[in-house]
Ligand binder design. Structure first.
Ligand code: C5P
Length: 222
């Protein structure tokens, strides 16, 4: 088990995906699960202040991951429908941290993540993987990067998907999500004591993947 946590937009998902491929592990994007839950609540106009309503909609929320038949990339499904692009939109990004701080949501998604991780060798990325979901992970990584650099990378990613967003809005969104994620009462984002820190501000993508794969080899073995 490799647990990768860190701030929003540090490149955790793409790095974790590549590390998993290199090690022959399964990749699980826990952020995609919080995003899918957020989309489900938005689509059903769920009142987030109402725990009964939240619980009701959590009980008919089914999240799964399946490879895209064209390129093999793992994509997120919400109740059987492919929502991979929709969950990355700003509409979802703007609400996801509010949804993620709800206790009932975390209890449900953490349980699902623990079940997924029990079955196989997994690389999972998120905010509380090394601290709460898998506190016994063999390797824990905490990723950071300069806010401006993170925002520029995110802007390029959104543009590739055809969504044009100005840099200021992205900076605002990333810092607001970091603020909510680090200060919430339920499993706030923090570096696990035994996590290795990786600042990706000035690393090439290949370098950060290689660094984590090396750590995995040292800590877990081949
Ligand atoms: O990783 P990503 O940026 O897609 O995550 C979206 C949001 O989901 C985060 O900003 C955070 O609020 C929430 N999240 C979480 N715990 C996780 C993964 C994501 O609270 N393990």
């Amino acid at each position: 088990m490799v647990a990768i946590d860190g701030y929003s937009g540090c490149g955790k998902s793409s790095t974790a995906k590549a590390v998993a491929k290199m090690l022959g592990y399964t990749y699980i994007d826990s952020g995609a699960m919080y995003r899918a839950a957020t989309l489900h609540f938005l689509n059903n106009h769920v009142s987030l202040e109402n725990p009964k309503e939240v619980s009701k909609y959590l009980s008919n929320l089914e999240i799964s991951f399946h490879p895209n038949p064209d390129n093999g990339k793992q994509e997120t499904y919400l109740n059987g429908i492919n929502v991979e692009d929709e969950i990355r939109s700003m509409r979802v990004s703007e609400k996801v941290s509010e949804v993620s701080k709800i206790k009932e949501v975390r209890t449900e998604l953490v349980a699902q993540q623990q079940r997924m991780g029990k079955k196989k060798a997994v690389v999972m990325d998120g905010r509380d993987i090394g601290t709460v979901v898998f506190p016994d992970a063999q390797l824990k990584v905490f990723m950071t990067a300069d806010l401006q650099i993170r925002a520029e990378r995110r802007q390029r990613e959104l543009l590739e998907k055809g969504e044009m967003v100005d840099l200021e809005s992205i900076i605002e969104n990333l810092s607001e999500r970091d603020r909510i994620d680090t200060t919430r009462a339920e499993s706030p984002l923090r570096k696990a004591e035994d996590a290795l820190e990786l600042d990706t501000s000035f690393l090439e993508f290949g370098e950060q993947v290689e660094r984590i794969a090396q750590w995995a080899k040292t800590k877990i073995g081949d």
